[in-house]
Write a protein that binds this ligand. Structure first.
Ligand code: NAD
Length: 294
């Protein structure tokens, strides 16, 4: 059993923290939303006073925050986690943020002799609730070995992606594939409609042919072929279009920073940006087919 501090008890963080409690850990949490902290307490957790106080009393300190801005605020500065964490604390940021911030914050932690990992996830809210998340982890082998049993209480697959920032790199590369492939599948269904080809027929053929991919066979953007996909419930999320756009922008910013040519990634970011601007931010990202249809 470990003493764990957890900051960011939102859609993902709260069920993750609850799974740590179920696994027998002692969890104290913090969120700017008081109702979220109350829900953690109802599940057997405790309320923390500040991120710095949580980190000074914890063996493991975890964050699940919206973006790099909040991660910098919580970890850096005189009253931040890096300055105040106990010397043996292992810091784990599970938020999806830019690679640069992940590496900068980990470097500050290392300067203070602290271990830090970036460990973003895939699997969504359902995966967070069912403890079936995939963790992509960047940082030292020693820190990874210490974190692995803790992360396994919240997920099914835990992969060490390499040094600091590589977890974030894996996450944005994966989601760039996903954003592009969802648009590709949506365009194929819309073209099929105009050519008089039935949705189910295209699915039956493409799912057994070279067009096969996760966006088609697990998350099909038209209702019918995959009963569990959000298309069957009016594109209720799931994974929102706003989140997809966030990750596509992170991958575009990273591509520009390192001079990688990602033209389809740029096109996908532009398409999702127009979809979100049309008032569909909270819709599942597979709803992009409605935008493609026009
Ligand atoms: P969310 O907005 O539901 O949760 C974020 C929480 O952080 C909120 O409860 C908010 O009040 C809290 N918070 C913000 N600033 C804070 C601060 N300064 N101090 C304390 N608490 C603060 O978001 P989410 O859906 O839980 O996502 C969290 C992270 O996980 C994001 O980086 C997101 O990109 C990533 N992610 C989300 C999903 C998903 O399907 N929702 C999937 C994979 C990854």
């Amino acid at each position: 059993m470990a003493r764990i501090g957890f900051v960011g008890l939102g859609n993902m963080g709260l069920p993750m923290a609850q799974n740590l409690i179920k696994a027998g850990h002692q969890v104290a949490g913090l969120d700017i939303n008081a109702a979220a902290v109350e829900r953690l307490k109802a599940a057997g957790g405790a309320a923390g006073e500040s991120a710095a106080a949580l980190a000074s009393g914890a063996e493991i300190f975890i964050t699940m925050l919206p973006s790099g801005k909040e991660v910098r605020e919580i970890y850096l500065g005189a009253s931040g986690v890096v300055e105040n964490a106990n010397a043996d604390a292992l810091l784990i940021d599970c938020s999806t943020i830019d690679v640069e911030t992940a590496r900068a914050v980990a470097a500050q932690a290392e300067k203070k002799g602290l271990m830090m990992l970036d460990a973003p996830v895939s699997g969504g809210v359902a995966g967070a609730q069912a403890a079936t998340l995939t963790f992509m982890v960047g940082g030292s082998t020693q820190a990874f070995a210490r974190a692995e049993p803790i992360l396994k209480a919240m997920g099914k697959t835990v992969v060490h992606a390499g040094g600091s920032g590589n977890g974030q790199a894996a996450k944005i590369c994966n989601n760039m594939i996903l954003g592009i492939s969802m648009i590709a599948v949506a365009e194929a269904f819309v073209l099929a409609e105009k050519l008089g080809l039935d949705h189910q027929k295209l699915f039956d053929i493409a799912s057994k042919s070279s067009g096969q991919c996760w966006s088609l066979t697990s998350y099909c953007p038209v209702p019918g072929p995959v009963p569990t996909s959000p298309a069957n419930r009016d594109y209720q999320p799931g994974f929102t279009a706003a989140m997809m756009l966030k990750d596509l922008m992170l991958s575009q910013n990273a591509a520009q920073a390192v001079g990688a040519r990602t033209e389809l990634g740029a096109a996908a970011a532009a398409i999702y940006s127009r979809y979100v601007a049309g008032g569909e931010a909270g819709r599942d990202f597979s709803g992009i087919i409605r935008f493609v249809r026009g």
